[in-house]
Design a protein around this ligand. Structure first.
Ligand code: CAO
Length: 423
């Protein structure tokens, strides 16, 4: 049995943050019913299309294992159908702009009245405060949550990271909040509101930077590249590739770097592994030299130390560096490109990268469930076509008769249903 089997989700999410959350719940076995606007659907169905007239990879990779119903929630009949959905589901998940669901007539108060057991889970850009009414996208959250000001090099502008920490990161937080609220409902019998703000989610992931902000009041941040010759202002500076922990690290060039933009490796000069690192790079004399032997002695010389390490790594490709340093417990990691990750057999074997077949776009790769449960393995199934399950949901989940379904079609509340030609 899947861990969340029997839990039904009214999925009112769109774009990336909310769909990440409901996809995760679907992978754990929840029945996720995605409600989309007739004829339009989630905007990502059409965004960044690589093939004409088929659902984009943006959409398909965020909406696996779900069912799709089209429903105009601003149409009177549509609202009645939605009410029935609210009564039949355990969780409502949404990431509309602030106030949109209230304007539709489905505020928390109303939903709680219709179904007191329902969990009402929202993603917003900001929590209560001066920006609570703002619409927010990924990069805005990275900027407002402290990631951008602390990413990049000291002499350059703030930088955005490729990891979608605002969208996908907040989706994960919301999924965690929902499962916690479901657990609480077991005891209380009541649903509750769950809010995950993107700014909060990014800031949570930047926890070590708020740590450094407070350390700054007591002296320079000695593991940052600004130490000892640069200057520190009154806010945490950008640290380049310095490690966020107490163990200094840096990205160094490896063999082939002149032509391969990813011929690099991250190397950490962990104190415990210092002698082994010195031996590996041919600097045995550093092991006992008081100028290098202790962590404190090394801190002002990190630039020189990493340049020396790099002289050695430039003679080896990044996998040879791994093969040499890993066995002697020197923490290091190759810079892997998306191409290398897509082709990595071990990620295919664990289901972290999966090949999915889709009736209109054909085969494509996706990232599978990053969390593995031993008793509830995830099987990744394709995303639904727009409104593919409208009739099935009206009949089997909501109990409408054929005559009633005819009337609902006639009201214009559900629009056209995309049918699968042949699979
Ligand atoms: N039937 C009828 N109307 C529907 C509908 C349906 N099934 N589904 C949505 N709508 C309507 C909404 O009610 C809303 O109408 P009003 O503005 O009249 O109330 C309208 O569609 C647009 O919704 P929206 O404002 O959420 O969408 P947007 O494209 O303008 O904004 C976004 C998108 C993501 C910026 C905004 O939703 C947002 O800030 N969400 C919260 C933060 C978030 O999750 N951001 C991450 C996005 S991923 O990068």
């Amino acid at each position: 049995m899947k861990a969340l089997e029997g839990i039904r989700i009214l999925d009112f999410t769109h774009v990336q943050s909310g769909p990440t959350c409901t996809q995760l719940l679907a992978w754990f076995g929840a029945d996720v019913i995605k409600v989309e606007r007739p004829g339009v659907g989630d905007a990502t169905r059409r965004q960044l299309r690589d093939l004409p007239d088929v659902d984009s990879l943006y959409f398909t990779m965020l909406n696996h294992n779900k069912r799709s119903i089209t429903l105009n929630s601003k149409n009177q009949t549509g609202k009645q159908v939605l009410e029935r959905l609210v009564k039949s589901c355990d969780v409502l998940v949404e990431n509309f702009a602030p106030g949109a669901l209230d304007r539709m007539g489905f505020s928390w108060e109303r939903v709680h009245e219709l179904n007191p057991r329902m969990i009402y889970a929202s993603i917003k850009g900001f929590g209560p405060g001066p920006y609570e009414d703002c619409k927010v996208y990924e990069n805005v959250a990275q900027c407002a949550g402290g990631a951008a000001s602390t990413t990049g090099f000291d002499d350059g502008p703030p930088l955005i990271t490729g990891a979608q920490i605002g969208d996908s990161g907040t989706g994960l937080n919301l999924a965690f909040g929902i499962v916690t609220a479901l657990f609480h409902r077991e005891k209380s019998g009541r649903g509750q509101r769950v809010l995950a703000a993107m700014q909060d989610g990014v800031l949570n992931l930047c926890r070590v930077k708020l740590r450094d902000q407070q350390r700054l009041a007591h002296g320079p941040l000695t593991e940052y590249p600004q130490y000892p010759y640069g200057s520190f202002g009154d806010a945490v500076p950008r640290a380049g590739n310095a490690s966020g922990g107490g163990q200094p690290g840096w990205i160094v060039r490896c063999k082939g770097w002149e032509t391969d933009p990813n011929a690099y490796c991250y190397v950490i000069t962990q104190a415990a592994a210092w002698p082994a690192l010195c031996r590996a790079i041919g600097k045995e004399e550093w092991i006992d030299d008081p100028e290098y032997a202790t962590h404190e002695a090394r801190l002002p010389k990190l630039e020189e130390i990493f340049e020396t390490i790099e002289e050695w790594t430039k003679t080896k490709d990044k996998f040879e560096v791994m093969d040499t340093l890993n066995p002697v417990d020197v923490p290091c990691g190759p810079i892997l490109s998306m191409k290398e990750l897509a082709e990595e057999p071990s990620l295919r074997a664990t289901g972290t990268i999966v090949e999915v077949d889709h009736p209109t776009r054909g085969k494509y790769l996706s990232v599978g469930n990053p969390v593995k449960l031993s008793d509830s393995p995830s099987e990744v199934t394709r995303s639904p076509l727009l409104g593919e399950h409208t009739e099935e949901i009206l009949r089997d989940v909501l109990g409408y008769s054929d005559e009633e379904i005819e009337l609902i079609w006639g009201s214009g509340a559900i629009g056209e249903q995309q049918k699968v030609a042949a699979e």
